[in-house]
Design a protein around this ligand. Sequence first.
Ligand code: ATP
Length: 281
Amino acid sequence: MNDVLKPGQTYDSKDHAEHGFSYGRPKQDGVDTTHGAILYLEDITVSFDGFKALNKLNLDISVGELRCIIGPNGAGKTTMMDVITGKTRPTSGTAYFGQTFDLTKMTEYHIADAGIGRKFQRPTVFEHHTVFENLELAMKMNKRVKPTLFFRLSAEQRDKIDAILKLIRLEGHHHRPAGLLSHGQKQWLEIGMLLMQEPQLLLLDEPVAGMSDAETERTAELLNELRGKHSIVVVEHDMAFVTEIARDGQVTVLHEGSVLAEGSMQAVQANERVIEVYLGR
Ligand SMILES: Nc1ncnc2c1ncn2[C@@H]1O[C@H](COP(=O)(O)OP(=O)(O)OP(=O)(O)O)[C@@H](O)[C@H]1O
């Protein structure tokens, strides 16, 4: 496929599938975050035939931050994720991963390779493989793990899989085929598979969509356990869930392709413009 995107151009899902596995893989030398920022977007505009899906969008995410992005349908949340992951090329603006990776000049594949992992709304696990095998396969996709698909796991690698199994609440299900898991469990497995790749920045698109209340609650616990250990951006509509994971952190509200408000969950919930365009609906 042609890896070079023109401004405003987007890969379709067929292109995405051709890339195969889409989980992020860190580069050997990693991302340079000496100034504390993992992601920096400035004045990002995406025009689709003149319509601005993003309009001078600014976003600054610090290392170890868990940032929630909210906003009404069509606000530009998915387009923003697409720009960060190289799926859509911005028409103008600046986008950096750490100090040195200019995301506007990198392909989707190279951005994943540099360490940005994205979880899409629908889980895409290997249904015929067991939970354990899914994590094992994800580990073997990590370039830092050397040999072929058939090498034996070291004790350390096995411990790592066990730790992730515990984190994603699937300890007792490691021998089950992934296809037999509930929707929520598949979502957790996919988060686990992303973590096996050791991404520097984790992007989660509506992680609790379609989950039961109990699964949503457990997902909030899971993300709270990841807090501070990973840099995470979560796009979500479920306000109770966002309140649960935002805690004292910053929440960004998008509207018509720009940042409408940014601050604590309490502050954005009290913001009259936010109530008018989103929360009050
Ligand atoms: N490839 C495209 N071509 C034309 N318009 C597009 C394209 N992708 C998105 N848009 C438009 O850009 C705007 C922003 O869409 P986007 O999907 O980013 O919003 P969103 O905040 O993710 O919405 P939702 O919460 O419904 O997922 C919408 O008006 C959408 O119709």
